[in-house]
Design a protein around this ligand. Structure first.
Ligand SMILES: Cc1cc2nc3c(=O)[nH]c(=O)nc-3n(C[C@H](O)[C@H](O)[C@H](O)COP(=O)(O)O)c2cc1C
Length: 705
């Protein structure tokens, strides 16, 4: 393939009886956006159509249930269990075919991991599970405690009934015009439950020996072939390593690969993990590019059918390299396509810098959507689940807009507003754009956040927004603007306790802010580290505090964490938390090879700081008012709070002003970016403040203010 820096990535490939134009695969991603009955709607079509337009060769739509009465992986997954669903599925296939992509749907019964129903779940074996990182985790009500979900083993009649339902599902997808069907044998869902020596404790023909554990999936393959003909390509996804004691290792996965090839499977989609260990299953930020490639590389040595590798693939250079080296036949991208569905086109054109790389935060696509039974969103791509952002129209009326604060919310406002033709000036008090994201650059395992900051900064430059650094504007500086967007974030909280102003007390920003000499945006070296001693107390458990603990723990310091909350970082995305807590205990997330902490992190919940003394003695007080002391070298303030005084004064002066991001309400990156994007769209027409002091473009004809 000529005219691209990535000839291997854009080399066609044959899978079963169809040709794919390139080596890019959208690995199955349940977007939990179908209708409540599992039928296809415009949102599902648009999501996949954009990926097809974006140049992805082979799109495997996420988990679709063959029997919604007994199991849906997410509450709004696609369903393939009734014939009246076929026309909608056909429209979905057509939308992808229109743009040259080939497509499949992954059929999955969640078994023990069903998000719905929540009770009376079926599986290969009786068990009780609570898997906090999974979308099917036990729902624990506000005043309740986790008990675990009781799961019931299927009898043989039920197993054959489900096999038949898988067969019917395959047939419906063929009828709808899909090029292939994929079986979901990964991540501890039903097929994986049968395949797994760890989960499957049956002693009949569906459990025990290797071949008995494979019988369920083999029967499904046979049933689909019987209904669809032997040429209809069937793929299978499974985890090459499940990363838990007693679960599958690569050796057995090679055996499975051979068996699947013999059984007429057309391709292998090699994944990782079982949900008991969410790290390798869902790859939080800690996981490096291509950490799972070695499994496909090994499996590929033993089969002739195409092998797809996935998990944290973001960079076209890396993807090209593993294809060129013969380690895989295709590269599988899930979250990268959520963050930027046009990855393929951008890579082909050699515009790698234009790719909005997924930062693996799992906030929009998992924590704040599938896990809590909502439609999928994305922290950095506001167009996912909100189609208003796909084809952004120019504003009818152009404004002069001031954005105060160049963090993620401010940058997103500026990006959307300039795209729409407004003239934007960003006022940033530091020497560079990036805001709170820049605190992550210095934290081991978190520096993917930097990718987003850099991408935004390039966009801002390209779109010619004016950036004025090292300035905190006064009201008079903002007078000439049509609208003022305050995006200054939250400030470090400094509770009024004895000792708060001592030099040994520093803020998380002092510890985390990037001070690299090599950073193109931050050329001066700011010298002395904020934390000078070896023993540190971090007060708080929000983002800044958590990142500070990571940084200091990684550097070998002894860290105590004091939080008024009952549990450390309850807000944190659970897959990240699983890995982080393991790191606190001086180990690592499964599949990670990085340095571990020299000293364990000690979390002291339900407690506050009462007094800090000059010699580093810190008096803490628990929820029963019991006092104790700790001796430390530094105290790091990790709580933040918004300060609305400037906003209120501007409002009183009649300025059309609005707050976004953490200044409005302390949340996370997704909160800030979504606010910024929404304001970028609201800047139009009559531009007014409504009775909530929200900026709106207009009201219906005849309704005037
Ligand atoms: C929102 C979301 C939905 C997912 N749905 C599925 C699914 O339906 N089937 C599946 O096999 N894997 C699913 N996965 C796992 C991904 O396919 C992929 O293996 C994982 O996210 C790691 O790869 P990535 O770094 O390319 O995202 C899902 C992941 C996410 C984040």
């Amino acid at each position: 393939m000529k005219n691209t820096p990535y000839p291997n990535l854009f080399e066609p490939i044959r899978i079963g009886n169809f040709d794919v134009q390139n080596r890019i695969c959208h690995v199955p991603t349940d977007i939990c956006s179908a209708n409540a009955d599992g039928s296809i709607n415009d949102r599902v079509i648009t999501y996949h159509e954009e990926i097809a337009k974006g140049g992805c060769g082979f799109i495997i739509c996420g988990a679709a249930t063959p029997d919604k009465a007994t199991g849906r992986p997410t509450v709004c997954c696609i369903a393939v269990d009734e014939d009246p669903l076929i026309p909608g599925l056909a429209s979905l296939a057509e939308a992808m075919h229109r743009h040259g992509a080939k497509c499949a749907v992954q059929v999955q019964h969640p078994g023990r991991q069903a998000a719905w129903p929540r009770k009376n779940l079926i599986s290969a074996t009786d068990m009780v599970v609570d898997i906090p990182g999974s979308a099917g985790h036990e729902v624990i009500y506000a005043e309740g405690a986790a008990k675990g979900k009781a799961i019931r083993s299927m009898n043989v009649e039920e197993i054959y009934d489900l096999i038949e339902k898988f067969g019917e599902a395959g047939w419906r997808l063929q009828q709808a015009g899909f090029d292939s069907v994929e079986l979901h044998g990964a991540h501890g869902y039903m097929i994986a439950q049968f395949m797994s020596e760890y989960v499957n404790r049956r002693n009949d023909r569906f459990g025990g020996s290797f071949i008995n554990r494979m019988r369920f999936v083999l029967e499904i393959i046979n049933r689909i072939k019987l209904k669809c003909g032997k040429d209809f390509p069937i793929g299978i996804r499974y985890s090459a390593e499940e990363w838990l004691e007693g679960t599958r290792k690569l050796e057995e996965s090679v055996k499975i690969a051979r068996l699947m090839e013999e059984s007429g499977i057309a391709y292998l989609d090699i994944s990782a993990g079982i949900f008991e260990v969410p790290g390798p299953t869902m790859d939080p930020m800690y996981y490096p590019e291509g950490w799972n490639t070695y499994t496909a590389e090994e499996i590929k040595k033993h089969v002739k059918i195409p092998v797809i590798t996935s998990h944290t693939l973001r960079d076209p250079d890396y993807c090209e390299k593993i294809l060129a080296e013969g380690k895989t036949d295709m590269v599988g991208l899930s979250r990268q396509m959520i963050a930027d569905p046009y990855w393929g086109n951008k890579a082909k054109a050699g515009k790698k810098e234009e790719i909005r790389k997924c930062i693996s935060c799992l906030v929009g696509c998992w924590q704040e959507s599938l896990m809590i039974k909502r439609h999928m969103r994305c922290a950095i791509n506001p167009a996912v689940g909100d189609e208003r952002f796909i084809n952004i129209a120019p504003a009818e009326k152009k404004f002069e807009v001031a954005v105060v604060g160049g963090g993620p919310g401010g940058m997103e406002t500026a990006r959307i507003a300039t795209l729409r033709g407004h003239s934007v000036t960003i006022f940033e008090k530091t020497g560079e754009l990036g805001g709170a994201i820049l605190c992550c650059c210095t934290v081991h395992g978190k520096n993917k956040m930097r990718w987003y900051a850099d991408w935004q900064r390039r966009q801002i430059k390209k779109l010619n927004a004016e950036v004025r650094c090292n300035i905190e504007p006064a009201a008079s500086d903002l007078k000439g603007f049509d609208a003022v967007i305050l995006a200054t974030g939250a400030k470090v909280a400094r509770p009024d306790i004895p000792g708060i102003d001592l030099p040994l007390v520093v803020s998380f920003e002092d510890v985390l802010r990037c001070k690299s000499k090599n950073c193109e945006y931050y050329p001066e070296d700011k010298g002395v580290p904020a934390v000078t001693g070896d023993t540190v107390l971090v007060w708080g458990d929000h983002f800044g505090a958590a990142d500070t603990i990571e940084k200091l723990g990684y550097e070998g310091k002894k860290v105590y964490v004091v939080t008024e909350n009952m549990e450390f970082a309850e807000w944190m995305e659970p897959c990240h938390k699983d890995v982080m807590v393991k790191r606190f205990a001086q180990s690592n997330g499964e599949g990670l090879k990085g340095k571990t902490f020299a000293k364990p992190v000690t979390v002291i919940p339900n407690t506050s700081v009462f007094e800090i003394k000059k010699d580093g003695e810190v008096v803490i007080v628990d929820s029963s008012f019991k006092r104790s002391t700790l001796k430390v070298d530094n105290v790091v303030l990790g709580w933040v709070e918004p300060d609305h005084s400037f906003y209120k004064s501007l409002l009183e002066q009649g300025v059309k002003v609005t707050m976004i991001g953490d200044l409005k309400k302390v949340r996370n990156l997704r909160g800030a970016v979504t606010d910024g994007a929404n304001i970028g769209l609201a800047l139009d027409k009559e531009l007014m403040l409504n009775a909530n002091n929200g900026l709106i473009a207009n009201l219906p004809t005849g309704i005037e203010l």
